[in-house]
Design a protein around this ligand. Sequence first.
Ligand SMILES: [Fe+2]
Ligand SMILES: [Fe+2]
Length: 180
Amino acid sequence: MNVLQSLQKDHGNFDRVLGLLGEQLTLLQQAELPDFQLMLDIVDYLQNYADLYHHPKEDAIFGYHLERCPEGRTEIELMIRQHVELRQNTSQMRFAIDGILHGDIMLRAEFTERLANFIEQQSDHLKAEETQLFPLFSSLFSAADWRFIEKLIPTRNDPLFGETVEKQYTAILDRIAEVC
Ligand SMILES: [Fe+2]
Ligand SMILES: [Fe+2]
């Protein structure tokens, strides 16, 4: 699997966990009780893997590309800014869910809106990269470029969908198995 394929695989996995968050959003909208612990586990996974590994990996590719070619600069700079915003929003979402699990009071309508915005922002970001940037890199980068990039970014195991699953994420996998 080359770097681009691994990014696409990550996106597919992020879509799956965002789908689970979407189910929890539906429960909230129907005035039912969502699974806040599951939501916390998902947000924790996004923090640990997307924010700490997937986005920095993309940033490295963006930097490599922009040093050589101006094509797509506007879109790339937007994605770089979104990586910062996603990290901040994921951290705020974690803080909110953690607070609720520890007894903080938040209006259902307020939390529902924040969760809906969070899911939308994450999904829109994935779609923008997939439709605007991945095809650009695929058409411009040679095999030698990808080999160079691969050396720039050491591979890290995905703690949820990788070969070894970290214990704190097994509940997410159980939920995915129930859905499929
Ligand atoms: Fe990204
Ligand atoms: Fe991405």
